[in-house]
Design a protein around this ligand. Structure first.
Ligand code: 1HE
Length: 264
């Protein structure tokens, strides 16, 4: 079953069991308008219910992954504090739908991954950068603040001290340094970030879907729990995952010395 959802802001394609979601507002550098965010929510709700989708690659048309909040729309609408609080809640809901859609989401990053664009990227599970990719949080310079989950997800990736530095000084990270601080897991030099993201998604889909569900949804849930609750939840997830039929087959193969070894 494919994805029926259609959006003026995103193109959706499918290659085998991988959904390819492409941000498609390149003329505005994929800036996130109010309706764009609603469509991200609705699309990932559908992906979370779809059969036959075992991974997602989140890509972008144009030279930039995402320029963040649609600043022009925000400025022109003269939103009240209450309006913008509700906008932020919609961002949170949309990005949570993506983070917890049940399958791994791999982001193919290029150009600007800034402000709300970094908030979007940080809700994916694996981020792949290329030579053009740069990360920034220009909120301080724009006289605004993050509102799409960065205080949790970006601070979780790089630590609060680095996040404050990015916001106070406009510091930009790219290349190996971006990997080293934790903004992305891969800096790809040999191929496009899209091709690398597809390879990673294909690799991930060789795992049993239940294992990928546990990994992509379970870890971040447990990171946000007190440790003794997390250990309890971990035991439940492991109880279900580590006794699934697909694990029995794989462990039988290991016992029979037919499974590949984990080598360095
Ligand atoms: C936009 C946006 C946007 C571009 N909202 N329209 N984000 C930022 O502070 C980043 C703002 N954008 C930029 O710094 C630059 O656009 C880029 C470095 C990303 C790209 O530069 P460039 O030279 O390729 O494009 P451009 O000429 O600046 O922009 C092309 C068009 O995209 C232009 O529209 P046009 O109608 O004049 O053609 C721009 O207005 C439009 N555009 N970025 C709206 N962000 C939940 S809170 C989250 C808070 C944040 O996200 S703060 C970070 C905001």
């Amino acid at each position: 079953m494919g994805i029926a959802f259609q959006s003026q802001y995103m193109a959706v394609a499918q290659e085998d069991n991988i959904a390819i979601v492409t941000l498609d507002r390149a003329d505005k550098r994929n800036a996130l308008s109010k309706d764009f965010i609603t469509d991200i929510h609705d699309l990932f709700l559908e992906i979370s219910r779809a059969d036959g989708i075992n991974a997602v690659v989140l890509a972008a048309n144009g030279d930039h992954f995402c320029a963040g909040l649609d600043l022009v729309e925000h400025h022109k609408e003269e939103r009240s504090a209450e309006d913008f609080m509700m906008i932020c809640r919609n961002w949170h809901l949309a990005f949570e739908k993506m983070q917890y859609c049940g399958v791994p989401v791999v982001a193919a990053l290029k150009g600007a991954v800034v402000g709300g664009g970094l908030e979007l990227a940080s809700a994916t599970h694996i981020r792949v950068a290329d030579d053009t990719t740069y990360f920034a949080l220009p909120e301080g310079q724009r006289g605004i603040f993050t509102g799409g989950g960065a205080t949790v997800r970006v601070a979780g990736l790089i630590g609060e001290a680095r996040m404050m530095d990015m916001m106070l000084t406009g510091r930009v990270y790219k290349h190996d340094e971006a990997v080293n601080v934790g903004l992305c897991q891969y800096f790809e030099r040999e191929m496009s970030s899209f091709d690398k993201a597809m390879n990673i998604a294909r690799q991930a889909t060789t795992n049993p879907p239940l294992s990928n569900f546990a990994i992509s949804s379970g870890i971040s849930h447990m990171q946000n729990m007190p440790a003794h609750h997390a250990y309890f939840a971990e035991a439940f997830i492991a109880g279900i995952t580590n006794t699934q039929p697909a694990s029995k087959e794989r462990l039988q193969a290991f016992t029979d010395k037919k499974a590949p070894k984990t080598t360095g």
